[in-house]
Write a protein that binds this ligand. Structure first.
Ligand code: FAD
Length: 117
């Protein structure tokens, strides 16, 4: 079956959206468990990502730039930086990371620590 660039791009956009939204909602002061959970999630994401070429390149990037999980801000900026490295390789514009936390609102309001609704 031929590779379909449109589908590959849609998958990329959906994946990046989830990726950055998770990082922008990660705790400000994560526990050790939360830090290792995020790190594992990202490493496993890179292994299961269904575009094989993308996964291979992303795994190499992760080896050089491992996930930064000390705080929400460092995690979100790390995610923005690594996406920019993918952008660079694909000949895309660099993204301005200064408002990364505001850019990825999950629509969850202020209920991040609550179990209701
Ligand atoms: P995308 O890069 O998909 O970005 C979507 C939106 O996110 C942008 O419109 C912008 O609003 C925002 N954005 C852009 N840069 C950043 C940033 N640095 N931080 C935060 N937000 C940002 N495609 C390939 O052809 N080859 C590959 O090897 C490849 N590897 C990939 C690896 C991974 C892990 C992922 C998730 C995707 C990969 N893709 C790859 C897909 C590719 O990155 C794009 O998703 C796809 O080409 C669509 O690009 P786009 O221009 O719509 O913007």
């Amino acid at each position: 079956k031929m590779a379909n660039e449109t589908l590959k791009q849609e998958l990329g956009r959906a994946s990046w959206r989830l990726f950055h939204t998770i990082l922008a909602r990660y705790p400000d002061s994560p526990s050790q468990t939360e830090q290792s959970t995020l790190s594992s999630y990202i490493m496993l994401f890179a292994q299961v990502y269904p575009c094989g070429d993308c996964a291979r390149h992303f795994q190499k990037l992760l080896a050089s730039y491992p996930p930064q999980t000390k705080s929400r801000k460092t995690a979100a900026l790390w995610g923005c930086d690594i996406h920019n490295k993918v952008n660079e390789r694909l000949g895309k514009m660099e993204y301005d990371c200064t408002t990364i936390l505001e850019d990825y609102d999950c629509g969850c309001g202020s209920d991040e620590l609550e179990a209701d609704d």
